[in-house]
Design a protein around this ligand. Structure first.
Ligand code: NAP
Length: 248
């Protein structure tokens, strides 16, 4: 049976590395993104070069209607859904929690928590054997901050990622009988554009001495774990929260 996987935030960074790796493993890919159509198309070219089909869909994951449209397009263009990588995420600007605006807190929770929940719900309804689906797997992209708490940087983001891990544990139990495995990956400091978005492009190297392995990770090193969790090699793995953080 064909593998069809939605990767939210699949246009750049960790999500793009996941999309390309999954394509090399034979998955047809729907790339979700928020704004940067050019980046999404560039990643789609790399995905198609692996010989699979790919669609790009502009969809803000915090918006239920846009999430519906993302999954509708994926299934219409690519076929029966078998996987979701719940990867889209934001941090907002670095700073102390007391200096973070309510609007910034709300946006991070809307995208990282509500968005991940909406996507998981929609994917579960598409994949559940109890709804006529073929089963499948969901991998949430959390963060090592879910357990470090990220004091002084983005406590609200850390809290949102702990929520994502809790969701994976609960859903793994609820959906096991529906043929759906649900796991979570906690990346550590990884070299992507997210650090520029939070106002500190050099951050992965600036804080490298906090990381036991002494260096930040590459997106492909995170993608390897995510792709394994989606693969048949992980057929008995569900409810796992896997840290991929260089020892952090
Ligand atoms: P990134 O390079 O900033 O890329 C973010 C991706 O998410 C882009 O494709 C972006 O789309 C998309 N996106 C952002 N907001 C969205 C929304 N509301 N709806 C749909 N798509 C949205 O990020 P990254 O570093 O690869 O991070 C990926 C995931 O890993 C995130 O969940 C992040 O929290 C987590 N993580 C990252 C690190 C790290 O050090 N990089 C560490 C731990 C965890 P556009 O291209 O259109 O903007």
């Amino acid at each position: 049976m064909d593998q069809v996987t939605v990767v939210t935030g699949g246009s750049r960074g960790i999500g793009a590395a996941v999309a390309v790796r999954l394509a090399r493993a034979g998955h047809h890919i729907a790339i979700g993104y928020e704004r940067n159509a050019e980046a999404a198309e560039a990643t789609a070219v790399a995905v198609r070069a692996a010989g699979v089909r790919c669609v790009t869909v502009r969809a803000d994951t915090s918006d239920a209607d846009q999430v519906e449209a993302l999954f509708d397009t994926a299934q219409r263009e690519l076929g029966q859904l078998t996987g979701l990588v719940n990867n889209a995420g934001i941090t907002g600007l670095l700073g102390r929690f007391t200096e973070t605006s309510p609007e910034a807190v709300r946006r991070v929770v809307d995208v990282n928590v509500t968005g991940a929940l909406l996507c998981a719900r929609r994917a579960a309804r598409a994949m559940s054997t109890q709804y006529g689906g073929a089963g499948g797997a969901i991998v949430n992209v959390s963060s090592a901050s879910a357990t470090t708490g990220s004091p002084g940087d983005y406590v609200h983001y850390a809290a949102s990622k702990a929520a994502v891990d809790a969701m994976a544990v609960g859903l793994s139990k609820e959906l096991a009988a529906d043929g759906i495995r649900v796991n979570s990956v906690q990346p550590g400091m990884t070299v992507t554009d997210i650090h520029a978005s939070m106002g500190d492009p050099q951050r992965p190297w600036r804080v490298a001495d906090r990381i036991p392995m002494g260096r930040p990770g590459e997106p492909d090193e995170i993608a390897a774990a995510i792709v394994w969790l989606l693969s048949p090699d992980a057929s008995y793995t569900t409810g796992a929260v896997l840290r991929v953080a260089g020892g952090l």
